[in-house]
Design a protein around this ligand. Structure first.
Ligand code: PEP
Length: 253
């Protein structure tokens, strides 16, 4: 298969990693996958570790990402971090609408849209997460749910800005559960997302990267990424060990 989209392996460290732990993990990654032809690598540590990770990966090809942001550039929003602050911290990517944010922190589609637009205004590449719960899948609502989340997230986004977005399909039932979508299940939804993007932006859809997330591991990454519309992975648990994340960066077709 000839790939026209550079695969991205993105590590979502969630709320793991003190500054010293983050420095150790990013040092190990930089030594081995700091420059990997044909692959892009991004790591998203907790906010408090952004600065130290930035200094470690500086000069390598590894990109820095954040796990969330607020849509306003500044203001009285206790506990929040804005897009310009992330840019200043060295981020080029930001994960938006992760299912943990939706489920545990009440994040809604409208907020995902505001965050996406704020990220784009600041020059960040948003990684927009969509995905169905197990009851939604069992009820045959997977594609409808994904379509609703996707449409809401990119509402009002121009074609030029959409070109900088990535979509992560993350079935909620597969996140942190050890249960992975089969390659065929992933491909079905990825193809649907690409078709949906093509409906609004026919010339763009083929170039937008669609990542899979949900218990992606060294032993399943190759099969998932062999699917024509799977352009890499958003990896949680398996990105916390240098050895497994390195294997994942190197695996895949
Ligand atoms: C995630 O947090 O985006 C994720 C996919 O987690 P895990 O790989 O642990 O399932």
């Amino acid at each position: 298969m000839i790939r026209t989209r550079t695969p991205l392996l993105a590590g979502n460290w969630k709320m793991w990693g003190t500054r010293s732990e983050a420095a150790a993990l990013s040092t190990a990654l930089t030594a081995v996958v700091g420059r990997t032809p044909g692959r892009e690598v991004m790591i998203a540590p907790p906010f408090t570790a952004l600065e130290v990770v930035r200094s470690v990966i500086d000069g390598s090809a590894i990109q820095l990402g954040a796990q969330n942001l607020h849509w306003e550039p500044k203001g009285a929003f206790t506990g929040e971090i804005s897009a310009p602050m992330l840019v200043e911290a060295g981020c080029t990517y930001v994960i938006i609408g992760h299912s943990e944010r939706r489920q545990l922190f009440g994040e809604l589609d409208a907020g995902v849209n505001l965050k996406t637009r704020a990220a784009l205004r600041a020059g960040l590449a948003p990684v927009i997460c969509v995905g169905e719960t197990l009851p939604e899948r069992d009820a045959g609502e997977t594609l409808g749910r994904v379509q609703a989340q996707l449409d809401a997230a990119i509402a009002g986004v121009s074609a030029a800005d959409l070109a900088r977005c990535l979509i992560a399909y993350e079935p909620v039932w597969a996140i942190g559960t050890g249960r992975t979508a089969t390659p065929a299940q992933a491909q079905e939804v990825h193809a649907f997302i690409r078709a949906r993007l093509a409906a609004g932006h026919p010339s763009l859809a083929a170039s937008i990267r669609i990542l899979y997330g949900g218990s992606m591991k060294p032993d399943n990454v190759r099969a998932l990424m062999a699917e024509v519309d799977v352009d890499g992975g958003l990896v949680g648990g398996a990105s916390l060990q240098a050895e497994s994340f390195v294997r994942m960066v190197r695996e895949g077709s």
